[in-house]
Design a protein around this ligand. Sequence first.
Ligand code: UT7
Length: 330
Amino acid sequence: MKKTRIIGAGFCVPDNVVTNDDLSKMMDTSDEWIYSRSGIKERRWADEKTTTSDLAYEASYRAIKQAQIDPDEIDMIVVGTLSSDYFFPGVSAQLQERLNLRNVAAFDIKAACSAFVYSLSIADQFIKTGAAKTILIIGAETQTKLIEKSTEGRDIAVLFGDGAGAAVLQTSSNESCILSTHLHSEGKDLKNLWMEAPGTVENGWVDDAKIFKSKFTPKMNGKEVFRSAVTRFPEVINEALKHNDIKIEDVKLIVPHQANFRISEAVAKRLGVDTEKVYSNIHKYGNTTAASIPIALCEALEQNRISKGDIIILAAFGAGYTWASAAIRW
Ligand code: UT7
């Protein structure tokens, strides 16, 4: 069986910084409330003209440049997003065109905050079996266009931000490789974190979208999501450890989905590790859903938190619920 490794990564966030104080001018909230509950200080919001595919394109361009490959080598594009430019087709088709790639397979997956790890796993399967040699994966969002920027939507509005991260995966010829991926879902509580429209359950919204307006913004039962997250993160990280017959001490860095600093603290506590071992950049970007893990991975690499030979674990939890982990030897 072949092995897969990440040969390049890149990210892109919009220039527009929105601080907690900026938000407190738009809705009834405060820096104290937001920071103490989530660890977030600021986030990026895409302007009206910037789309998810714009951020995805830029992140992909940077990842391809770092990978030092000819874009013609790319065999497949997988995009994780819940805020695609259009309801269909996906951002992946736009990237095929904008990056001027061959007519390769391109598809989007809707696994919310777990979408990047899901994409990584899909790419790993194709490369391991020899069905593909080089795959571009992306997590990208401009989800703040969907949120209600008022007191009514404040529980969601203060947490989320926009951005994109990408990675190029290729067949590995050395020790550096994806060691394992584990993917999970449980749909019974899907309404704890969801956006109902546009969907096909509700008839009539096309004719009178105003009546259904509130269904076009994400809704979250924050306490329940929090409770599940602090259980599922350690569970899926432990699954990776067990599968690879390694201990948490063997892991250099955990790069989790950036949902809430308090969730990361709780995960560190449950794993019995220092909070420092769980990478965090949520203070700068908030929760960027599918983009948060690749952005965090890029920054951890830039800060030399990961060296050749280190084992790292990516871990995700989000809407669905979906949750996932990937153990990687760098
Ligand atoms: O990407 C994965 C998905 N998302 C997550 O993982 C998020 C998981 N959940 C969380 O991170 C937390 O539950 C939150 C940060 C969303 C909320 O923190 P909390 O400690 O659960 O908040 P709380 O229940 O202590 O506070 C809720 C109160 C409510 O007021 P009452 O009913 O207690 O009077 C809300 O109306 O805080 C109020 N509230 C706010 N106040 C100021 C809700 N949002 C805000 C806000 N500013 N932005």
